[in-house]
Design a protein around this ligand. Sequence first.
Ligand SMILES: [Ca+2]
Length: 258
Amino acid sequence: MHMDNHHAIRYFENSYIFIKQYRFIWLLWFLAATLYNVDASLDIQRLRTPTAKGCDKPCNNGHCVNGTCVCQQGWGGLQCDHCFGRVRINGSNSGFFTDGLFNYTASARCTWIITSEQNSSLLLRLADFFTECCWDNLYIYDGDSAFDNLIGAFSGSLPPTEVVATSGKSIVYFTSDLAFNMMGFNITYQYNACPRNCSGRGNCVNGKCGCPSGYTGEACEVPFCANGVEATASPDGPCLNGGYCEDGKCNCNKDLFH
Ligand SMILES: [Ca+2]
């Protein structure tokens, strides 16, 4: 028992001497370990700090700020892919706008105001138009106020359609109800343009077609029997049912009526 105590005392003495002899090494080790731990904890802090978090999905008409899409004016939704609110389009001779790439949203309220310094009419072309008939509507005004003339109210599935705002300004307003969202629409606009490009004939002056002799209609699409037009019977007119055009009048083919 006495020897055990003695051995124990010797052991602690030796250990103490050992630690004392190599205390500088211990100190260095302690410092190194501490610095390493501090460095490691800084790394973890760096990982946890949300400095520039990206967005999970693309911000189509906006940009990403700390993991959230911030939308341009006229756009809304988590990915800025739905038309939203009011946007003014000014100063370009032609352009394009849409409700969005995919189906529009429920309860949409979207307004585009198109203006220009140009003193000419404005042509709007509706393409790929598909909304829920009678519930989701697009309104087009000739002017930059909703108190101006309503020149078109569209809904359902439409073939390509054109509208001319002679004032050179237009408000386009789209509204959808609570359910059934369709593809929506694409609209191009152009100043100094005429309906259907005057069917490839006639002159376009301030949004109106000046048609050549023998044609009428807003796009010079209707054959017309006029002075100077001498046309024999043709299924396309200008005189129908086998008649022919002579001295500005249709001479009907009497044989058909016997
Ligand atoms: Ca709807």
